[in-house]
Design a protein around this ligand. Sequence first.
Ligand code: CP
Length: 325
Amino acid sequence: MKQFISVHDVNNINALVKKALAYKADPFADRHLGADKRIGLLFLNPSLRTRLSTQIAAKNLGMEAVVFNVDKEGWALEFEEGAIMSGNTVEHIKDAAPILGQYFDILCIRTFPSLKNKEDDYSEMFIKQFIKYAGVPVVSLESATLHPLQSLTDIITIQENSKSENRNSKLKIVLTWAPHIKPLPQCVANSFAQWINTWGEAEFVIAHPQDYELSEAFTKGATITHNQDEALKDADFVYVKNWSTFTDYGKVYENDPEWMLTNEKLKLTNNAKVMHCLPVRRNVELSDEVLDGPNSLVTKQAGNRVWAAQAVLATLLTSLEGRTE
Ligand code: CP
């Protein structure tokens, strides 16, 4: 593994999940793997889980982790090639990234989309510029279109909580849109769809209202429906997430509370486990009764962020040593 920005950087999803679960069982098994190595965690946007879990994962591997809130403490960065920097940006990424590449052995970056310009966001210009100029492995802490550490966590959580030994049929996983008051990125939904489709070990259904189609680049292979009740039938896992519109980019068209997952809706499922990446708007996206109920995996899921990050960092460190995964 040379970088971690999407599922395409992973040779074998199940092997990476196995590695993560091994770290969960024995967090300090590779405590010397990252000795004398430094990781930089750069945030251009807020975070709770990603920031802390990645720091803990790095520490478990013996690495020194430095967090830099670029948006608050750094110079305003320019990402456009050939930009005439007479506006608000102070430092070009082609000047900053090679310096960061000298300071750190691995660079991790969170860069949300603008949700204003689809072409710019979906070109992944920010993270691609870091990769181009840093000269060290780059890990996405959520980019404009994807959140791969979250998706790896999600598959770890699904594997951990499925009783596959007695199954005659494939697991049914449903990704359902939920209401929200603000336009949110499509990253988590895109990424979840990309990983579940690539994993290929489940029946995968995506439910959303009309006009909330995601990019086919990520959803191809899934069954897509506008009927949430139909989608929920016999589901083993329900992943709840809001996203803003993709086609007419970055809009909130509707907030029909009927799309909020409730215990009544859960009755349609195969006693499904409920997932959400967090943070969650209680009683808007998901009801209290579901979040606080026995089917909710959200806290366990967030806990697994550490093991996903640790498996990825360990794989990158092994590659840096010139060994194979
Ligand atoms: N799920 C997730 O990425 O959480 P944070 O935004 O708090 O890191």
